[in-house]
Design a protein around this ligand. Structure first.
Ligand code: IPM
Ligand code: MG
Length: 353
């Protein structure tokens, strides 16, 4: 059966990293005999310019039909449109809500070579292999907003069901890994965090008693990610804490440009996107690091195209290229986007018989 992939290159460096990602996807699909069809649609700032909306209905229809959505980055340089509904970022939030992808997986695994570029000492990076599960369709991102000239408010709400489903997902992941789950909240201040902590404790006690569960306040978690990251296995947290902590955690990999993500929910639909933004300062200059996108393609190969072999193949090719010194400027190298992509393509399949 053919898997349909909706391709949304988006804005800034989105299209250039998408080109790299699609080349690797096609090569991996060929090697592993996967039947895929890709269809592109406009999204974000580009869609706003072309159609007057960041998430036009034709793109929406394609995303609903697709088995997976692959996204570059969205955002516009300069002042945002006055109407919040027209902001490219709002299009992204609407896409996540439409697909129902409440669990956003952000693995952080420093690769030898790339992490040389990290401002953290090597001993802080040794043994780091963690994954943040960020709740993606609730919390303050989706609460009621009031915006006036003198006052504004953003409501943060969570229901116990919203907490349960993402905690269950994270717990399942922890069970398949090292059995440690860290739940991050701000229960000393926030009511939503107290609900989060209670529900998490209950789900783990009732359904995953074999796991080792810790609760950590978000400020302490921010510190421990830099001081003791190797102690973490799976972290689960609400939407905004997850957004902030994963940009921070990407420093462990050497660069925000290295970090991939996958967003999944109940059904077959899933969304794959690097965690970096549009980087307008380097747009169109062949300087962007394509690894965040290519590693997102690997996550798609595993989770949506059911080919963990193809995923391992792509990950090994990325690791080998970086280890061989083919690195973009953000990870202390001088390779272009295309040179690093070529290096990855050349190494694809070398490590698997
Ligand atoms: C991310 C991004 C988005 C978010 C922005 C672009 C809305 O920072 O995916 O981490 O905050 O979720
Ligand atoms: Mg972010």
């Amino acid at each position: 059966m053919t898997s349909l992939i909706a391709v949304l290159p988006g804005d800034g460096i989105g299209p250039e990293v998408m080109r790299a990602g699609l080349r690797v996807l096609r090569a991996a699909a060929d090697r592993h005999s996967l039947d895929i069809e890709t269809r592109e649609a406009s999204f974000g700032g580009r869609a706003l310019a072309e159609t007057g909306a960041p998430f036009p209905s034709s793109t929406r229809d394609l995303c609903l039909e697709a088995d997976a959505v692959l996204l570059g980055a969205v955002g516009l340089p300069g002042p945002p449109p006055a109407d919040p509904a027209l902001r490219p970022e709002q299009g992204l939030l609407n896409l996540r809500a439409l697909l129902g992808v409440y669990a956003n997986l952000r693995p952080i695994r420093p690769l030898p070579g790339a992490s040389d570029a990290s401002p953290l000492r090597a001993d802080k990076l040794a043994g780091v292999d963690l994954i943040v599960v960020r709740e993606l369709t609730g919390g303050v991102y989706f609460g009621e907003k009031q915006e006036g000239d003198d006052a504004a408010s953003d409501l943060c709400t969570y229901s116990s069901e919203e907490v349960e489903r993402v905690v269950r997902y994270a717990a399942g992941l922890a069970r398949s890994r090292r059995g440690r789950l860290t739940s991050i909240d701000k229960a000393n201040v926030l009511a939503t965090s107290r609900l989060w902590r209670t529900v998490t404790g209950r789900v783990i006690a009732e359904e995953f008693p074999e796991l080792e569960l810790d609760h950590l306040l978000v400020d302490a978690a921010a510190m421990r990610l830099l001081t003791h990251a190797a102690q973490f296995d799976v972290l689960v947290t609400e939407n905004m804490f997850g957004d902030i902590l994963t940009d921070e955690a990407s420093v462990l990999t050497g660069s925000l440009g290295m970090a991939p993500s996958a967003s999944v929910g109940e059904g077959r639909r899933a969304l794959y996107e690097p965690i970096h933004g549009t980087a307008p300062d380097i747009e169109g200059r062949n300087l962007a690091n394509p690894c965040g996108m290519i590693l997102s393609v690997a996550m798609m190969l595993e989770l949506s195209l059911n080919s963990p072999e193809a995923a391992r193949d792509v990950e090994a090719a990325v690791a080998a290229s970086i280890a061989d010194g083919v690195r973009t400027a953000d990870i202390a190298g001088s390779a272009t986007t295309e040179q690093l992509t070529e290096a990855i393509l050349a190494r694809l399949g070398r490590s698997t018989p």
